[in-house]
Design a protein around this ligand. Structure first.
Ligand SMILES: C[S@@+](CC[C@H](N)C(=O)[O-])C[C@H]1O[C@@H](n2cnc3c(N)ncnc32)[C@H](O)[C@@H]1O
Length: 193
């Protein structure tokens, strides 16, 4: 009987677990932008802000729900890190208000709720840069309509506000696509850095 060879299996690129999103995004930000003042809007427990602070940024979590930092995390090489006792990040325990953007160079919304459209509006008003990885449409001032892609509609909105958009994707499972613009205050990192 002739030997039948199976066609090679097409494998999707191996994606990291969703819990690595903070490590991946902090690495992406530090690789693309010079240290600056960052508002991590809807920043949850604050691990992204913690990792950005460690890379020389000055990050603040803006989130109405006060949550403690996680006690530990794994880096992208799989090494475990315990946060030192008393580790903290700056927090504003309020819903994001566009006027807050006056104090930051970069507004980040990683799966942020109720803030994506406000972040775009605030970035345009105050000249800040932004990075958005939007997930679901929750508490946004628009109606969910069939056949309207939330991600693309946010990009359209950003373009209408005058932003030149860049797209990117991080290597984690889940909604890992993002887009960004530098505004007038966030600086692209020099190639020689
Ligand atoms: C899906 S969680 C994402 C948290 C974190 N960025 C992450 O990736 O794990 C959404 C967060 O948005 C926060 N949130 C909800 N409404 C908000 C608002 N109006 N302004 C700022 N944060 C808000 C919630 O408290 C929650 O921590």
């Amino acid at each position: 009987m002739p030997l039948r060879l199976r066609p090679p299996r097409r494998t999707a690129p191996l994606r990291l677990m969703k819990k690595f999103r903070f490590q991946l995004l902090s690495e992406w930000i530090a690789g693309h932008l010079a240290p600056c003042r960052v508002a991590d809007i809807g920043g949850g427990k604050g691990l992204l802000a913690y990792l950005l602070d460690a890379r020389g940024f000055a990050a603040t979590v803006v989130d109405p729900l006060d949550q403690p930092l996680p006690p530990k995390y794994k880096d992208l090489a799989g090494v475990r890190h315990a946060l030192p006792a008393g580790a903290a990040v700056r927090r504003i325990s309020k819903a994001f208000d566009p006027a807050m953007a006056a104090d930051y160079d970069l507004l980040v919304g990683l799966h942020a709720h109720g803030s994506n459209m406000k972040i775009l509006e605030a970035a345009a008003r105050y000249g800040a840069g932004f990075i958005l990885l939007p997930c679901c449409v929750i508490d946004e001032p628009i109606e969910i309509r069939p056949n309207v892609d939330w991600f693309e509609s946010l990009i359209e909105r950003a373009r209408a506000l005058g932003f030149d958009i860049g797209r990117f994707e991080l290597n984690f499972r889940g909604q890992c696509r993002g887009f960004f613009a530098t505004g007038t205050r966030a600086r692209i990192r020099e190639a020689a850095d």
